[in-house]
Ligand binder design. Structure first.
Ligand SMILES: [Cu+2]
Length: 122
């Protein structure tokens, strides 16, 4: 290996470290946030089954290109609107294990009643 290549590698490594240090605190908060992306369309949530860990905080991000909908998780007394063209965020830290049904709670057309899914907390 030539000295030049070695020097370049050293430079890359030190630049990377400097960048990490500079952006430090702000980035690490974000990096720890576990995001669950859920898209909604008539009359399906994708994914329709979501696995979570008890006590582990997550943030749901809901999107739709369709019509106004809702995400309701009654057993955890939480819900979010799902608005076309927007990213709607909803934090959740499941405090117990089990299988829980979520459903659309905004009438979005024939088939709305069957629009649901499962959260499995272990
Ligand atoms: Cu609906």
């Amino acid at each position: 290996m030539s000295v030049d290549v070695q020097r370049r590698r050293m430079l890359c490594a030190s630049t990377g470290i400097a960048l990490c240090a500079a952006l430090g605190a702000g980035l690490s908060a974000r990096a720890e946030e576990k995001v669950i992306r859920v898209s909604a369309r008539k009359f399906v949530f994708t994914p329709s089954e979501i696995a979570l860990k008890k006590g582990e905080p997550v943030v749901f991000e809901f999107t739709t290109q369709d019509v106004f909908m809702g995400f309701n998780l009654p057993e955890f007394k939480t819900r979010s609107d799902i608005v076309p063209g927007k990213v709607m965020r909803m934090p959740l830290t499941p405090d117990r294990a089990g299988t829980f049904t979520f459903l659309c709670d905004v009438f979005c057309g024939d088939g709305h009643e069957s629009m649901s899914g499962k959260i499995v907390v272990t």
